[in-house]
Design a protein around this ligand. Sequence first.
Ligand SMILES: [Zn+2]
Ligand SMILES: [Zn+2]
Length: 317
Amino acid sequence: MTDANHILTGPCSVERAFAIIGGAWTFLVLREVLLSRVQRFDEFCANLGIARASLDKTLTRLVRHGVLERRPIKADARRMGYFPTAMGEDLLTPLVAAMNWGNAWCADGQETRPRLRHEVCGQPLQGAIVCSACHEPIRAREARFAAAPGRHPDLAPARHQEYGKNRYVPVALLERMGPCAIARTMAAIGDPWSFLILRECFYGVRRFDDFRRHLAIAPNILSVRLKRFLAEGILVTRPIPERPHQVEYRLSEKGMQLYCLPVSVIAWGDRWLAGDDGPPLILTHNNCGQTFTAELYCGYCNAAVVGGEVRMMPDAS
Ligand SMILES: [Zn+2]
Ligand SMILES: [Zn+2]
């Protein structure tokens, strides 16, 4: 992590990535597509307990941005199904990052789902998010960032349009069909503004006015999300000695551990949405001194895991 001399104020591949996939239902739809290979609209509805209108909106957005493809189902060519593109398969890492954090911090002693298997080695997936250069797990305190050419401040209005449509969804709705670590994570941070605020926290931003200025976010939208992060224990407040009526917002240990999620979304955004100028920032891993992106590694066979290699295991009970 680096102190906030704020170098990234405008939309870029990262913000586009948050806008496309930064919603709670979006992650659960991706869970169904990537881990259970669900294809049919009715099957999504049954597995998620999601309203048809919300599902339609989510699927349409994912198809429009090239994450999914809508085409006839092979076994029944009269019916249409949803299939991940290569860009969609590549979202496995953020999905596992969300699952890992939900398991570590929101399981409340319950056995959580989904349980995954790495099809290559046949073992239950203990997926670690690692540095692409040295393959060691990445932590917020061990990484720093620097600006790169690929940021485009002129896209600011598009951000507000896209983000307004993605609302916070309570965990009771997301878990209507059963407990899920991904659902719990997304109940805590599952909307694009929350992802952006979290990104700012990792840049070292701590004060209300700084969040507001850097993100051009409305005070009420910001305030609701900071309160939720406090309630979730992701942020804690500290007094500001020279301003007795104000507080700073700092990441707790629980918040620090979320790092792999935004970083893996950033890696995906850089690969698929960066455009000609490349990514908006370069991450460096202090431990190995190399620039890096987030990669998913299997703890058993110690190899990179790519989209299509992981499946949900049937529940034990
Ligand atoms: Zn490294
Ligand atoms: Zn493996």
